[in-house]
Design a protein around this ligand. Structure first.
Ligand SMILES: Nc1ccccc1C(=O)C[C@H](N)C(=O)O
Ligand SMILES: [Zn+2]
Ligand SMILES: [Zn+2]
Length: 207
């Protein structure tokens, strides 16, 4: 079974306050060209489900096309942290990270169609903890891994220092906690600070 864990992109998709809204428009209709419809998109690189490149928060950091693809494909563990206002290493005490390289946090705090006004805090200490446990990707169903008003982006930086890549804006309400196979590949955009992804989870059930 394939679960689509990406958010829908359209003119109403919630956007980071002040950032470029998403749009899709036809440049030419089939009537006009006599052959095809041709569209164009405009978007922030941080709208809906997306990967942050280190360049997003560090000017000499890697850009999106430079990131290794194997981070974004493979086994992933969905962890339920939905009752927590602050997510710390203590929330992972009972979790066995053997053979887990990718962790997706299900907070369920951004399920509506509005940009959230408040999101759970993710303790920057999670960076070193994830590194110790061999985790290379952290995914969240939030617009950011840092508080919305943060200028220092401590958790982003802590994750980067720990070699943990960042996937944001997931839609996890339709999946139960547990193990899946993730695919969430960023577009090959030269020099970009991030990229939208189509993120899916697969489990072992047929069809
Ligand atoms: N789109 C923005 C526009 C202006 C300022 C920040 C953002 C962000 O997206 C930051 C967010 N902390 C992020 O992790 O992607
Ligand atoms: Zn982002
Ligand atoms: Zn981010």
């Amino acid at each position: 079974m394939i679960y689509d864990i990406s958010r829908l992109l359209n003119a109403n998709t919630p956007t980071w306050p002040g950032d470029t809204p998403f749009s899709y428009d036809l440049t030419w209709s089939q009537e006009e060209t006599g052959s095809v419809n041709v569209g164009q998109i405009t978007t922030s690189c941080h709208t809906a489900t997306h990967v942050d490149a280190p360049f997003h928060f560090k000017s000499n950091g890697m850009t999106i096309e430079q990131l290794p693809l194997d981070i974004f494909v493979g086994p992933a563990l969905v962890v339920d942290v939905s009752t927590k206002g602050e997510i710390t290493v203590n929330d992972f005490e009972d979790i066995d990270f053997t053979n887990v390289r990718r962790v997706l946090l299900k907070t369920e705090t951004w399920t509506g169609d509005e940009f959230p006004t408040q999101i759970p805090i993710i303790d920057p200490e999670l960076g070193p903890f994830l590194l110790e446990n061999g985790i290379e990707l952290l995914g969240v169903d939030l617009p950011s891994v840092d508080p919305l008003d943060s200028k220092t982006l401590d958790t982003h930086h802590s994750l980067l220092k720990s070699g943990v890549h960042i996937l944001e804006g997931l839609r996890l309400s339709n999946v139960a906690p547990g193990e899946y196979r993730l695919t969430a590949l960023p577009l090959n955009i030269e020099g970009a600070d991030g990229s939208p992804v189509r993120a899916i989870l697969e489990d072992d059930t047929q069809a």
